[in-house]
Design a protein around this ligand. Sequence first.
Ligand code: D5M
Ligand code: FE
Ligand code: ZN
Length: 559
Amino acid sequence: MPLETPVHVANELASRGYNAEPEAVTLLASTPDPAGALDRTLETVPDDVIVLTADHVKEVVDTRSRSGGSPTRTDPKSSPDTSAHPPDGPPSRDPSVSTGTGDSEPSDGGGAAAVETGGSRSGTGDGSATGSAAGDGSATGSAAGDGSAAGGGRTPADPAQQSVAVEGDIQSTGTGEYSDFVAVFRDRYEKLSKQLRGRVNHRPTDAIESMPGNSEAAMVGMVSDIRSTASGHWLVELEDTNGTFPCLVMKDRDIADLVNELLLDEVIAVDGTLADDGGILFVDSLYFPEIPRTYEPSTADREVEAALISDVHVGSQEFEADAWHRFTDWLHTADADRVEYLLVAGDMVEGVGVYPNQDEELDIVDIYEQYERFSEYLKEVPGDMEIIMIPGNHDAVRLAEPQPAFDEELRDIMTAHDARISGNPSTVTVEGVDVLMYHGVSLDEVIAELPDEKASYDEPHKPMYQLLKKRHVAPQFGGQTRLAPEEEDYLVMESVPDIFHTGHVHKLGYGKYHNVLAINSGCWQAQTDFQKSVNIDPDVAFAPIVSLDTLDLRIHDFE
Ligand code: D5M
Ligand code: FE
Ligand code: ZN
């Protein structure tokens, strides 16, 4: 196979079981004989290497002679365009930007009732956003976009009033050893069992094993197996730091309905009665770590808003540049005066070699050029806005979670707006409001495992509710979601966020779960061939705007 582009090089490496630093890929692609250089490099790297680095390539390849190579990264300094719009065709100056009124209906607190309601977009195709009030305690999206231009320009924000603190830029310490996996699961168990301890008087598995038959018993454990028995009951095996114990949930009990919410590796508590022989626990109650129903979110002290977006996918042929321009044009209007923060929850760029055949839909094939272009798009955002970004599965950082923040090289490319850059997941405290930003790869898994009414692509806030309930952003290990072995489980929600912001599934959905505002923020990429083949109909170019003083929401449609 000729390897004339970085995409081909990345695919070839992937097919041989290697991940690679972006720089390694571009170095290989820029040699006169990329296929030969790749072969020679792989011959020299030690057997235990799984990520090819630029240094590996440099040892084999004379990187000074780049004649004949395909064009690769552009020098950022010679980037031809420093004006507001990147050079990708005529920017749309359509004045018909959305003009949300911002006067969202106040949520009707309604006591303790029906907190799990939510709204998801049901598009009407007339350019207006349709997030509607959805019962007690749910988010209220007011209609936006009556086609008229907003009057006047933006008044710049006062930096003295702004405040952002970011937590989540992890320093990876994992070595990939088996013992690291043990450590990360042990830490998960420790952190989550602490949250469950108040609810049951639990005993370790070895103590339960020595209890007499018919005793009342409770335990906290990680779900290690879920099976249905021949008679249709559920056998849930729980594991703690001492061992495992089988727990039986009878099919005719109310709690049987909770079994279909369980994911492997999540931590729960149960209590019930031991069988006559003491060898199995008949479960009476099942508890998740949970968000307390009485949780009172923090709010900002002044009227200020944040735009929550994700999945920009610059570099894809389907990236909707015109919609992006309409969004950033709107940010410059008076209607967006209070929008002082922009949070981007991953997938800034389309990346290379993320999915099979993805290269056929690439507009920009060099990963660095994709970031350079993304940086140009960021320049359209008003300079007084604070930007906070975390990576997603299309970005050029390791795929396993927690994902570290972008490296220095990528930060250098994205200096345009002095954005704050952190890992995935991160908790960002914006004027006192804790926003848990997580890209959302685990949502695919939650949606695949749980019944439709509890988690579906059409209502992406519902799988988010499940993650909140489990107090973990990616409970199930394996499948799509890769877990990096670290000393600690950084994916546990140790504290309750005020806002939970995800993306990844390219669908807009929002609602409140025990007063926590959950928002999955759609995308800026039109439907790809793959998405067409599996009937994913993305919600493109919506910008959910949250009032940080009330946690009300308005949705703008820039399509
Ligand atoms: O993925 C956006 C959504 O589409 C997410 O739910 C995964 C799914 N998706 C997209 N492309 C693929 C392929 N090729 N295989 C499996 N699933 C896919 P994102 O990764 O954010 O682009
Ligand atoms: Fe995405
Ligand atoms: Zn994604």
